[in-house]
Structures are given as C-alpha cells and as structure tokens.
Design a protein around this ligand. Structure first.
Ligand code: HSE
Length: 432
C-alpha cells in the first residue's frame, strides 16, 4: 500500500484540523510508515463555509454515503458528534468493512458495546484516541504501554473548561458564576456549559478509560457524577491553606475486584503533579501494579491537539491494513472479571467537610461525637476566630471513612440547632 485513502464525515473544527495536519505532515508520515495518508472525500451538510484549508475539487460532498460507499476509501473518520446520526454512520461504515476513527466520547460511552461488537463482526476496528484527553496519547499508553499491568487506579483532569474555571477561581479569588461568565465571553466555555461544568463530559471520558483498563465496556450512566458548580471561593481558600487544590477528577479504582467509577470535585495535594495541572490543560495519572505511578499531560481539546490524535489513529490503522493485520491490536478487547461497579455508599475515601456552626461551647464536642459514633476519624479541624459573627466555618479533614457512614453522620450534624447551613463535602485524593 502506497496510499491510505481516508473519508471524513463532519468538516468542522477538528475535520479541518485533520486535513491541515495531513497536508502539513504527509511526507513525514510517509517516510515514517511507508504510506501516504490521502483525504479522498469529506462529507458535511455545509460545504461552502471557509474552514481555512484548501481541498481539491470533487472532495467535498453533502452526502455521507458518498464517503461510506466509496470503494477506494479504507478508513472513515466520524467527526459529526452526538449519539444519533453519528452512530448510524459508524455502523454503516463498519458494515461496509471500513475501520472507523472517532473522537465521539458521548457515543462510545453510551453505545460502545454495540459498536465494538459490530466492528468485531465485520473484521474491522474502531479507534478513538481523540475521545479522551484530546492530543494526549493516554489511551495508547493504557492499551499498549501499560499492557503488562493490572491498573490499580486512574485519576484524571479531563475537562479543560472546568480546569480553566477552577484555576481562575483560585488565582483571582472570583466566584464560580463570575468566572464561568468570563470564560463564556472569552470563548473558552460553551453557551450551554452543562455538559462540561456538571461533569458529564468527564463522565464519558471516565467510562472509556475504565473500559480500557478493566476489559468491560462501562456506560457513562454507571459513573457517579458531580460537577463543579458547588465549589465556592471559601472552599478553594480553605483547601489552599491546608495544602490542597480543588480539581474536577475522574476517579477510577479497582478495589478487591470491584470498580469504583466517579467524577467529583476533589482536593489534591497542591505540590503533586496533578495539583499543578492548570488552565485548559488535561492530565491522566495511572498507577499500574508493575510500573507504579505514571502521568500523561497536554492539551485536552482544540483543533490541532484533537487532529494529532485522530491522525495517529489513522496511521495505526494504515499500518495494520498495509500489513494485512487489521485487529492485530483491537482498540478494545472485552474480558471477564471486573464488571461490578461499586455503589457510591460502598466507597471508602478521605473527605473535606465544611460546616457553618454557632461559635459556642460544646459544638465541636457534638460534631466530633457524631463523627465518632459512625467510626469516622478526624485528621484535622480548622476554625478561624470570627468576632463579627456568632457563626463560624468549621473545616474538618477526615481519615479514610465509608461514604455511607459519612452521609449518615452529616445528616445528623445538619439538623443540629447549632448548624446553620447544609454541610459541604468533597473527596480528598492524596495520590498515595
Ligand atoms: N469541552 C471539553 C473540555 C472538550 O472543555 O475539555 C471536549 O471534550
């Protein structure tokens, strides 16, 4: 094979980035792998808007089937997004015996099992490096570089919008709503930010990482998901004084054969590598039983970062095709043993708890008594003197405690006469 013929469905930001990358680096890629990637057709409903890249006459079409049914096209890149028509296009491409590259995390986290079964049935493959961590080759690291390991734990900062907002809140002392508004005005956050700030985008990526780590295709609905809108300036400051930063974390752990899947705002040590991932950058921290701790860092979104991952997948597929070994290394291989997802109540973790309580004798004793009743051990307590108010913030860091026990204890604390606000609770992840 001297050329790899590629069809693209969806000519948006990333599609244009893929074209640009191939135009810029086709010769280098050809020298490295022995074939030249060629964009043969591109389908999009809008083929008139200028995307800043030139494509030869006859390449653009408004009909996706022109890509899928073209006998010269060997690989189809799906960049439409969403979970409806994109799924139809991928299934049709697989049925036409074409491997697929996609960046569509929502689709894979919802219908991955069905799509991978269809790929296997048709003897082709689906590659999806761009779906998690944008340009960071973290899926390849997990699937190939760490193949000798039992994965014990993955912690990820996987949403640039959330990390940008939390970073600015910390650096500028501003509140969530003010920073979100500024981020939207600057074009960093979507007009409808729910997918990002409510944690769903991170949950999609969490499900994909966990599926690769544990050989069972997890659905995003199985991920216990919490967004960042509950993070206040007060909590960021307390965390900072205690040596932590608050990050929206993808949390994946294997505990005695059971899998913990969560997305939570969590305190991480300010001095840790994850604690120093700022702004729109992403990072994935993976602990394997043989290798120990590893971390992967880079741009998690954007035209060029995402195109870099898509083109890397195209190169992998092209190598497999040119060596007649498609599915030599399937992008996902199911195996038995790790399908049970823990209930959130079963989770054991350290916690940050902020209470607003009356500043009078016996309150600390009452609070600590209730925590002791539920076998929750206090690691530290901070309460600042406040002469201008009769109520004060009491911040407690716990040792490891069971989530269900903490919830029961906080339910009792919340109804004390001396407690004036609903307790605020965040996980602590020490990256031990
Ligand atoms: N909206 C995501 C982010 C990128 O802010 O990181 C796409 O998953």
């Amino acid at each position: 094979m001297k050329e790899l013929h590629i069809g693209i469905i969806g000519f948006g930001t990333v599609g244009a980035g893929v074209v640009e990358t191939i135009q810029k680096n086709a010769q280098l890629i050809s020298q490295r792998v022995g074939f030249t990637p060629v964009i043969t057709r591109i389908a999009d409903l809008d083929i008139t808007t200028d995307r800043g890249v030139k494509v030869p006459d006859g390449v653009l079409t408004t009909n996706a089937m022109d890509v899928i049914e073209d006998p010269n096209i060997q690989v189809v890149v799906e960049l439409v997004g969403g979970t409806t028509i994109a799924k139809t296009f991928i299934l049709k491409a697989l049925q036409h015996k074409k491997s697929v590259v996609t960046a569509n995390k929502a689709l894979l986290a919802t219908y991955g099992q069905e799509l991978f079964a269809a790929a296997q049935e048709n003897g082709v493959d689906i590659w999806f490096e761009a779906s998690v961590g944008g340009g960071i080759p973290c899926l390849k690291a997990l699937r190939e570089g760490l193949a000798a390991n039992h994965v014990q734990e993955i912690l990820g900062i996987l949403n640039g919008t959330c990390n940008y907002i939390l970073t600015r809140m910390e650096q500028e002392g501003a509140d969530f709503n003010a920073v979100l508004k500024a981020a939207q005005e600057a074009g960093y956050a979507e007009a409808n930010p729910a997918l990002d700030v409510d944690g769903f985008d991170t949950a999609h990526k969490t499900a994909i990482l966990a599926s690769l780590a544990y050989g069972h295709w997890f659905n995003a609905k199985q991920v216990d998901t919490q967004g960042i809108s509950s993070v206040t300036q007060q909590d960021i400051q307390y965390a900072s004084e205690l040596g932590y930063r608050i990050k929206l974390l993808a949390i994946i752990k294997e505990v005695n054969g059971h899998i913990q899947l969560g997305v939570h705002p969590a305190l991480v040590p300010a001095a840790s590598l994850l604690g120093n991932v700022s702004g729109v950058f992403n990072a994935v921290w993976i602990r394997g039983d043989i290798v120990g701790n590893t971390m992967y860092y880079g741009r998690g979104a954007g035209r060029q970062a995402t195109a870099s991952a898509v083109v890397a997948d195209l190169i992998d597929l092209g190598l497999n095709i040119s060596n007649n070994c498609l599915r030599r290394l399937p992008a996902f291989t199911p195996y038995d043993g790790y399908e049970h997802v823990m209930e959130s109540s079963e989770v054991i973790a350290r916690y940050y708890v902020r209470l607003q309580v009356m500043d009078k004798p016996g309150v600390l004793a009452k609070v600590s008594g209730i925590l002791a009743k539920y076998d929750i051990s206090i690691a530290s307590v901070t309460q600042k003197e406040n002469s201008s108010s009769s109520s004060v913030a009491m911040v407690i860091l716990t040792h490891k405690a069971q989530d269900a026990a903490l919830k029961s204890a906080l339910a009792e604390i919340a109804v004390l006469d001396e407690c004036s606000e609903t307790p605020v609770v965040f996980r602590i992840e020490d990256l031990a």
